[in-house]
Design a protein around this ligand. Structure first.
Ligand code: G6P
Length: 480
């Protein structure tokens, strides 16, 4: 482990730390690993290389000294209320987020938000510059920190810098709208390797570089005037497949899955959606499709139920408040019109759950419904597959989720096509067990072979190749 104030050979820079503060029974603060795959992916390589993770611990002005947690050194960056408003809720989540998700909502462009984004990105870059050892590797994560690569390179040209975008990268026609488009492209070009979820995102980026900045490009390479080369390539992210499967096989999870079905009235078909409550996820459309099937008499509430878990998210951003109200209203209306005593059509939970409960829900569901309008990858789809060690269950998956490129055997749908979605829900629910098994087995093989450890390793190996280390290579891990 690096000394708390010393320098590290591997630095992860992400908007969020991999832990979040919780209040213990005695009132003290305890740190709990946040759900999410990134930390699982990076933990082994962090340990092997005595890595450091720089990020925001959540909350306003939470000013905490660097600390150790479970073998990792964490270095918190405090954000003020103003920065949360401008950098996080504003530019990151009301400008970039909708713009990069195909304008599912209308992005807002405000100069004060941009200024805050620049300031906070600079703080992250300065902290990384301070803490990285000579010739270290720094891996910057996601859309909140797109200026960090360039700002960091100016401060520390010796570093090897990687960047990975977890969300889609839009076509040039949309990106073009951004008043600060050139600055963002130049920010990203500070990295040696820029990772995207899909080849299409990488191609969009390279095309923009050629058109907007005028640098020479060849396939996935960008040639900068100072002689540096930058590679833009796809690295589809994945999950801890083995971890999920093992969890799903435990007695506790299996018993919990049975009791969930029982509590739902032991229906014939349990449909399930699990998402952050976000307008990109297509929650409203899928619940409408399901309720129309009940209304049309194709399904009935005695034998079918839709369980929708919506995890609270970004609740101060206007679009998210509006969405929450819309879903509340829809669920109320559907259950009021179509439900019976003890048999709601939709069982709606606005809450977040630990991994064990998620695994039990996946085990309890006959049909998993993942219908985003646009999604970088969607790990819920992969988690569902990992938990179905019995080769049972069916996956209905939007063709606009990044994971659709790998999960070819899902019932793929266009979430804008309500009738198409209704047909897919019926097909998936009524499929022959042999058909389901064949599809699930194939998808399980795909995810097993491309798990999150493989993702992290291939990115870091490629980074070594793009910018050969000055004597220092990262130590590989035993687990990947
Ligand atoms: C997406 C983003 C992540 C983000 C997460 C949760 O998956 O790609 O960068 O951390 O959503 O959103 P939040 O705003 O709560 O960090």
């Amino acid at each position: 482990m690096p000394p708390l104030n010393g320098s590290a050979d591997l630095v992860i820079v992400a908007n969020r730390l991999p832990v979040e503060p919780t209040t213990a029974a005695d009132g003290s603060t305890e740190w709990r690993v946040s759900p999410g795959g990134l930390v699982t992916a990076l933990e082994p390589i962090m340990r092997a290389n005595e890595g450091l993770w720089i990020g925001w611990p959540g909350g306003t002005d939470v000013d905490v000294e660097p600390f150790e947690h479970d073998g990792m050194t964490l270095d918190p960056i405090a954000l003020s209320a103003e920065e949360i408003g401008g950098f996080y809720e504003g530019f990151s989540n009301a400008t970039i987020w909708p713009l990069y998700h195909d304008l599912v909502a209308k992005p807002e462009f405000h100069r004060e938000w941009w200024d805050s984004y620049v300031d906070v990105n600079r703080r992250f870059a300065e902290r990384a510059a301070d803490r990285a050892a000579k010739n270290a590797t720094v891996w910057v994560q996601d859309y909140q920190l797109q200026l960090v690569p360039q700002l960091l390179r100016e401060l520390r040209p010796d570093l090897r810098i990687g960047f990975f975008l977890h969300i889609p990268f839009p076509p040039a026609e949309l990106f073009q709208q951004l008043p600060w488009r050139r600055q963002l492209i130049e920010g990203l070009l500070g990295a040696d390797l820029i990772g995207f979820q899909l080849p299409g995102g990488a191609a969009n980026f390279v095309r923009l570089v050629r058109q907007r900045v005028g640098h020479k490009t060849h396939r996935d390479l960008v040639y900068l005037p100072d002689g540096r080369t930058v590679r833009a390539e796809a690295f589809p992210i994945s999950i801890d497949y083995q971890g999920f499967e093992e969890l799903a096989r435990t007695d506790g999870v299996q018993e919990r899955a049975a009791s969930i079905r029982h509590a739902l009235g032991d229906p014939q078909t349990v449909f399930l959606g699990i998402d952050r409550l976000d307008y990109t996820k297509g929650i409203y459309a899928r619940l409408r499709a399901f309720s129309e099937l009940i209304r049309d008499g194709e399904l009935d509430v005695d034998s079918s139920v839709f369980v929708q878990v919506a995890t609270p998210s970004r609740e101060k951003v206007e679009e998210y408040r509006v969405l929450r109200d819309e879903i509340d209203r829809l669920v109320g209306r559907v259950n009021g019109d179509l439900g019976r005593i003890g048999r709601p059509a939709i069982s709606y939970l606005h809450s977040s759950y630990p991994r064990e409960e998620m695994a039990a829900l996946y085990r309890a569901a006959d049909v998993m419904v993942v219908t985003p309008y646009r999604d970088g990858m969607n790990l819920v789809a992969k988690e569902y597959v990992a938990c179905r060690w019995d080769d049972g269950g069916a996956l209905v998956l939007s063709e606009f989720a990044g994971s659709a490129a790998e999960l070819r055997q899902a019932w793929q749908v266009n979430p804008y096509d309500l009738n198409g979605m209704k047909a897919a829900l019926m097909d998936a629910a009524g499929a022959e067990p042999r058909d389901r098994q064949r599809r699930m087995r194939a998808m399980r093989k795909t995810v097993r072979q491309a798990d999150v450890a493989a993702w992290a390793t291939s990115f870091l190996d490629e980074l070594d190749d793009v910018r050969p280390p000055h004597g220092k290579r990262l130590k590989p891990t035993l687990t990947s």
